[in-house]
Design a protein around this ligand. Structure first.
Ligand SMILES: CC(C)(COP(=O)(O)OP(=O)(O)OC[C@H]1O[C@@H](n2cnc3c(N)ncnc32)[C@H](O)[C@@H]1OP(=O)(O)O)[C@@H](O)C(=O)NCCC(=O)NCCS
Length: 153
C-alpha cells in the first residue's frame, strides 16, 4: 500500500499481498539507504538529487527508487533496488507503479527508464509487462521507453 500522503496525491490504492508501505524518503532514511545502495560510500547529497520513494516492511526499508520529471513532462527513472531477501515479492513492480501514478497526476506523458545492459532480468520483466520497449542502447546502458496512453492520463 501507499502511505496516507501518497494516497491523497494518487487517489487510488496500490499494493500487493505483502504488508509493504511506499512513501517519500525522509532525510532520516539516508543512513539505511546508503547501506542498501549498490554504490559503496554513496554521498549523502545523492539522495537529494532526485525524488526518492522508499518501500518499508516491518519498520525496515526494503527498497527504493529514484526519479524526476523534466519540464518536457518526461518521467525519468534510474535507480531501483530491492533488499536481497525481499526480491521477487512484487515490490519493484509496486514502486514503479507508484512512481507512474504520481507522474501521470503531474502531467507526464512518457516514462524513460535507464537499465544496465546486463541488469537484472526481473527489472526488464517489470518494464515489459508495464508496456515499455527497448529504445536505444549506448554502451552498457539501455534506454527503455513507454508512452502513457489516454486511458492512463
Ligand atoms: C530488479 C529489481 C528492482 C526487481 O524488483 P523485485 O521486487 O525483485 O521484482 P518483482 O518481485 O516486482 O518481480 C518482477 C518480475 O520479475 C520476476 N522475477 C523476480 N525475480 C526473478 C529472477 N531472479 N529471475 C527471473 N525473473 C524474476 C517476477 O516473477 C516478476 O515477474 P512476473 O510479474 O511475471 O511474475 C530487484 O531485483 C533489485 O533490486 N535488483 C538489484 C538491483 C538492480 O539490478 N537494479 C536495477 C538496475 S538500476
Amino acid at each position: 500500500m501507499v502511505d496516507q500522503q501518497l494516497h491523497e496525491v494518487i487517489g487510488f490504492p496500490i499494493g500487493n499481498e505483502y504488508d509493504v508501505t511506499v512513501r517519500l524518503m525522509s532525510p532520516s532514511d539516508i543512513p539505511e539507504l546508503q547501506k542498501m545502495s549498490l554504490i559503496r560510500g554513496q554521498k549523502t547529497v545523492f539522495w537529494y538529487g532526485a525524488i526518492t520513494l522508499v518501500a518499508e516492511f516491518e519498520h525496515r526499508i526494503v527498497g527504493f527508487t529514484q526519479y524526476y520529471i523534466s519540464v518536457d513532462m518526461i518521467l525519468h527513472s534510474d535507480t531501483i533496488r530491492i533488499a536481497p531477501d525481499m526480491k521477487g515479492k512484487g515490490i519493484g513492480g509496486m514502486l514503479t507503479e507508484v512512481k507512474e501514478a504520481i507522474a501521470i497526476k503531474v502531467g507526464a506523458r512518457v516514462h524513460m527508464h535507464m537499465v544496465s545492459h546486463n541488469g537484472e532480468i526481473a527489472l526488464k520483466k517489470i518494464l515489459t509487462k508495464m508496456g515499455f520497449h527497448l529504445c536505444q542502447r549506448h554502451g552498457p546502458t539501455e534506454f527503455w521507453v513507454k508512452s502513457f496512453n489516454e486511458g492512463d492520463l
